[in-house]
Design a protein around this ligand. Structure first.
Ligand code: FDP
Length: 348
């Protein structure tokens, strides 16, 4: 057991790599560059109220949402910190419609990085926690060539590392390379991420649900019943649950990871695919939550097994404490069976 006192992120990554004989150190360098980008973004996020950086650029991102200057800054910072290290073949970002190639003047490497540079950005003006989410794969296209869209469109179970950085009351980077989920808090006085949350495990059952209840009218009938069930009183099953919804995925998931909870962004009658993005929001979060002992599905299928068709596709998501996610799946499945019986009865 290594001494965890003053365990920096850099040391933790290197010690993790030592457990894999034959590792080239490229992944460590990639994670190091990523943490550098996180420090720069964190600094800028903290200055957001001081400098005249908040506000709309007047542009829209690929999803038609208004882009704020800080989103652009975070996207550019990620690329500038990561494109020249020689470890990446290609990148993809929420802020870029197409894949982000590695400039030809730099060496191409064997890894693929997908990221959401600043998730929850509609909260920036209100000083609410926001975050950066990232996902790393091994390339599938031939080495030495520019990376391709196929490198980016791999199912989530093929991720080798995933993580997020939450810019909140402090800046915390949480990552997993598959074995354990670890959190590091940025010490702003000397600019190092220090191990603060070792081997995080999400409680199997929780008392917290997180969902945008403003969409209630449009939900699946099983989901409506489930939420009503959580609000009923029953001491044995520790109901009613508490409702906690920040509306900033990184912050909501981070809280639920530590305290236990279920976070849901379902499909609804207006948005049949939900809202959140599979490749750089749901997959990395599902990888982390599963590594912490939780569960993540689209209501039926495991998020990590969904075969992506395009970089910016959306998926419904139910993620968090295992028993709670299983229970909402059961509520929805039961309602679908009941509906089928009704339809069949009408026909006969
Ligand atoms: P935002 O629109 O502020 O960028 O993925 C985007 C996201 O935030 C998530 O971080 C958040 O969980 C979700 O959207 C909030 O959506 P609603 O406002 O529809 O609840």
């Amino acid at each position: 057991m290594p001494n965890t006192q003053f365990m920096t992120l850099a040391r933790h990554i290197i010690e993790g790599e030592r457990m894999h004989p034959g590792a080239t150190g490229e992944l460590s360098k990639l994670l190091h560059d990523l943490s550098l980008a996180a420090k720069i973004i964190s600094l800028e996020v903290n200055k957001a109220g001081l400098v005249d950086i908040i506000g709309f650029t007047g542009n829209h991102n690929v999803h038609g949402e208004q882009v704020k200057k800080l989103d652009v800054f975070a996207h550019d910072t990620m690329i500038q910190a990561l494109d020249h290290g020689g470890h990446l073949a290609v990148m993809a970002s929420e802020e870029s419609e197409d894949i982000v190639p590695i400039p030809t003047r730099f060496k191409v490497g064997k890894y693929v990085l997908l990221f959401d540079p600043l998730d929850g950005s509609s909260n920036i003006d209100a000083n609410i926690s926001i975050g950066t989410i990232f996902s790393i794969y091994r390339r599938v296209s031939p080495d030495g060539q520019p990376g391709t869209i196929e490198d980016c469109l791999q199912p989530g179970y093929k991720q080798i590392v995933a993580g997020y950085v939450v810019y909140g009351s402090s800046t915390i980077l949480v990552y997993s390379a598959g074995h354990g989920v670890h959190g590091f808090t940025l010490d702003p006085s000397f600019g190092e991420f220090l191990l603060s949350h070792q081997d995080i495990r999400i409680p199997k059952k929780s008392k917290i649900y997180s969902i945008n209840e403003g969409n209630y009218l449009y939900w699946h009938p099983g989901l409506k019943k489930y939420i009503k069930y959580l609000q009923e009183e029953d001491k044995a099953s520790e109901r009613p649950y508490s409702s906690r919804y920040i509306g900033s995925m990184v912050a909501d998931i981070h809280r639920n990871l530590l305290y236990g909870g279920i976070f849901m962004y379902p499909a609804d009658s207006r948005h049949p695919k939900g809202k959140l993005r599979l490749m750089y929001e749901c997959n990395p979060m599902a990888f982390l939550i599963e590594a912490a002992g939780g569960r993540a599905t689209d209501g039926k299928k495991r998020i990590l097994e969904l075969q992506p068709q395009e970089i910016h596709e959306r998926t419904p998501i139910f993620i968090g404490s295992e028993e709670d996610v299983k229970q909402v799946e059961e509520f929805m499945a039961r309602e679908e069976v009941a509906e089928e019986v009704l339809v069949n009865n009408k026909k006969s």
